[in-house]
Every structure is written in C-alpha cells, then in structure tokens.
Design a binder for this molecule. Sequence first.
Ligand code: FES
Length: 182
Amino acid sequence: MKLTCIIDEKKYDLNVSSDKPLSRILNEVIPTFSINNACKGASCGNCMIILDDDYTLACLIPAFRLKSDKIHKIQTYETFSKTVLAHDIERAYAEVGSKPCYQCYASKTLLISSLILRAEKAVEVESYISSRKGKAKNNLLDRSFTSNELIISGCECMELTHIEKIIKLVCEYRSKRNGIHK
Ligand code: FES
C-alpha cells in the first residue's frame, strides 16, 4: 500500500506491505529509530512516537491502520528533543535530580511529555468546572492514572514520586510562560 507521511518534518512517499508495523517502517526510514526498540511487541516502550498528535507505540500500528489518502504526521524523539517542552523536561530532571536511564530516556521523556499535556488539559477542565461552581481548583493527574500510563515503559528506572514532581514543575514553567507551549 502507498503511504504519505511527514516524519520528523520530512515528507516521505512510501510503498509498504499493509501488515508491516510502523516501527519497522520507521526503522528503515530513520536508522537511529531502531537503536533501543528491542521487544517488537509492546513490552519495552521504546518505539514511542507522536502519530497525528497522539502518543503511541509504533510497533502496535500495522500500516493498514494508516490511511493512503491522508498525510500522516509522525514525530520521533529526534525532533521532539529540540522542542521547548523537551528542554523544560530536561530542566525539571535536573531540578528534581532524577532522569530516565540511557536505555529508556527517549521513550520515557515522550511518555512524560504526554502526561504533562494531559495534566494541563485536566487542570483546564477542572478549572472550568470549578469556576462554574464558584471555587478554584488546581489538580494535576490522579496518581493511579500516572502509574498506569507508565506501565507502557517496561523500565523502572525512575520513582513515581519523582515523575510526579517533574510533571508538576514543567506545568509550572509552562504556565509562568503564559501559555506558550511549544
Ligand atoms: S518495540 Fe514497541 S514496545 Fe518495544
């Protein structure tokens, strides 16, 4: 099947077999993508990408789940690492004194970034509901939700409390910057 994808800001017209997982397609297009993707089956978490604005494991997406008549936008850690959000997360790693190990650094950083965006969304929704009820609230993510999401990364190199502190700090950096999120 034919696919058109913008991968890390470059456009590719691809001809792939429909049952090929996206992780293998990316391995061929971006050689560095395959460095730590060891499991090929939803165990290591290291094939994490942003596909059309959703965080997902590339090994779980067969090509036929993508549409031939659409241009799919894929971001890997390669370009994510150059964003302001990635720099904010690195700053919070340093401030908390905890960061992912070398093996899961890219995937866990992407996972943490997805939790930060969800936390911001949760605060927005919560603030909206609270303002309608006449009281202000500023909740981040529920602990069990955060810990469930982190299961996707098979590596236990960071404590949950550290990850929670990192998420909170990055949300603070970003809200101080008055809504400049990217
Ligand atoms: S290669 Fe996808 S989770 Fe390990």
